[in-house]
Design a protein around this ligand. Structure first.
Ligand code: BG6
Length: 479
């Protein structure tokens, strides 16, 4: 099983993800010498194109999406690429593909196609003999739109590939700062003793975006914020924050612990979720249209979700996890806030000083930093009373590691696929636990005919989202 692939077969090679992420990541890996010299990349999509036309296409994508200083000798990279046009819905074409791939003993496949094409593609690959032996497959989201459809996809894939050959992508797991969360928790002794309900009052996870629909009209309107971001990325972040220490940084150990958290998520109640849809407004100083206008029709799809979740286990008993995600919010920020409890007794109270509880903010993007607020004494003789103030202990990751290249999440994930390391890929039981929890929420919405509340683009969502936290005395961390 543990071989380094010498063939990478890329489905959906002309798509948006391929242009923006996959080709640039592969080129950057090539430039930095991470790809074995014999690795060939067979690109495929429906469009009729010759290999040299595809190389032109790839060059244009690299010039657009990969910074010049990361491109290296592009011609050498482009020489690795061959193109074969395949209509994934018909069995023809796979034989030609198999001939182009040649020896499949070192093959890794990456499917970045519409989910409806997964099944026919896998059947085609199987008939052409391209799923045999140790061949690995990487699957890009969306893996279904609910538990049933995700099980259907998983079943279809399982007919041709055993679970240890399936690499389900959640690109958040490829982000350096997300992995740093594990280092923070499990490479330091300080946090683990207080990382539980005895010391943590609540946790917030925010993934805020300034973008709107972009060009993904059809996909997004069928999906909505809950399925697009919460089901995958946000639940993975939650699992990493809440999981027990795994015994090692190995695929089975890490994924066993994550799935326990996902299964311990308490089914939500109706009043614990708020949904919203943006109206016209201004984001980062620019006027933007409302969702309906961008879409060109009325819709009940949510572009914002805020929720209060619970992980029902000993460690997190009674600790709310506030999750918030939306499009067209005032700024792009992904962060995790761990709010600690108050000290049990203040020795300074008699001197008029007030203390505030500690707070840890883990910035994932765009700022990569870790900030711990601690109480400190304000200097002075304090004749009118002693004064205390929270001061931040700040670690800006780019400053701490100045000479290190910041990599695209897909660089790591593609390399791990090529080398066969599943640690940062999502296992079937995780995906299914995620869908089960999400389906329950969607069921509540359907039962109660819930419609998203309006919010102006450039605001932090509907006021009900603020109220959701404030009724517990909690303020979202917006500064
Ligand atoms: C994708 C979603 O999975 O993640 C998009 O489909 C979203 O809607 C994107 O914009 C966000 O990714 P990142 O890496 O920019 O935070």
């Amino acid at each position: 099983m543990n071989f380094t692939a010498d063939r990478l077969l890329l489905f959906g090679a002309t798509g948006d993800l391929s242009q923006r992420m996959l080709l640039p990541s592969l080129c950057a890996l090539h430039a930095d010498g991470f790809l074995a010299s014999n690795l060939k990349i067979v690109a495929t999509a429906r469009s009729e194109m010759s290999t040299s036309e595809f190389r032109q296409f790839a060059r244009a994508a690299l010039e657009r999406y990969l910074p010049k200083n990361r491109r290296g000798p592009m011609a050498d990279f482009l020489n690795r690429l061959t193109y074969v046009s395949v209509d994934a819905t018909t069995p023809e074409g796979y034989d030609q593909l198999a001939r182009k791939v040649g020896d499949y003993s070192g093959l890794a496949i990456f499917l970045s196609t519409a989910p409806g094409l997964f099944e026919p593609t896998i059947e085609g690959l199987q008939t052409a003999g391209l799923t045999q032996g140790n061949v690995r497959i990487g699957l890009e989201k969306p893996l279904g739109f609910d538990l049933t459809s995700s099980q259907e996809i998983n079943d279809a894939v399982a007919k041709a590939f055993s679970e240890n050959r399936i690499f389900r992508i959640d690109h958040y797991l490829g982000k350096e700062t997300v992995q740093n969360l594990l280092a923070l928790r499990f490479a330091n002794v300080l946090l683990e003793p207080v990382w539980n309900s005895n010391y943590v009052e609540h946790i917030q996870i925010t993934v805020a975006e300034t973008v709107g629909l972009e060009s993904r009209v059809a996909y997004y309107d069928d999906s909505g914020a809950l399925r697009d971001m919460v089901q995958n990325h946000m639940l993975q972040l939650l699992a990493l924050v809440a999981m027990e220490p795994p015994t090692s940084f190995e695929a089975t150990a890490v994924r066993d612990e994550k799935v326990k958290v996902l299964r311990a998520l308490r089914p939500m109640k109706e009043d614990e979720v708020v949904t919203g849809q943006y109206r016209a407004g201004a984001v980062e100083g620019k006027s933007v249209s409302g969702y309906d206008e961008e879409l060109g029709k009325d819709s009940d799809t949510e572009t914002f979700v805020a929720m209060k979740a619970h992980v029902d286990n000993w460690r997190w008993h009674g600790v709310p996890f506030y999750l918030r995600h939306g499009k067209r919010l005032p700024e792009r920020v992904t962060e995790i806030v761990v709010q600690f409890r108050c000290i049990p007794h203040s020795i300074f109270a008699g001197r008029g000083a007030r203390t505030q509880p500690n707070r840890l903010v883990i910035g994932i993007q765009p700022e990569e930093n870790i900030q711990l607020t601690m109480m400190a004494k304000v200097p002075g003789l304090g004749r009118e009373g002693l004064r205390l103030r929270p001061v931040p202990l700040d670690i800006a990751m780019p400053d701490a590691f100045t000479d290190v290249v910041r990599r695209i999440a897909y660089e790591r994930l593609l390399l791990d696929l090529i080398e066969g390391d599943q640690t940062l890929f999502v296992r079937r039981d995780e995906v299914e636990a995620q869908w089960e929890w999400i389906d329950h929420i969607r069921g509540l919405w359907a039962e109660n005919e819930l419609k998203p509340k309006s919010y102006g683009a450039g605001t932090w969502g509907p006021s009900a989202a603020i109220a959701l936290a404030e009724r517990d005395g909690v303020t979202w961390h917006d500064d």
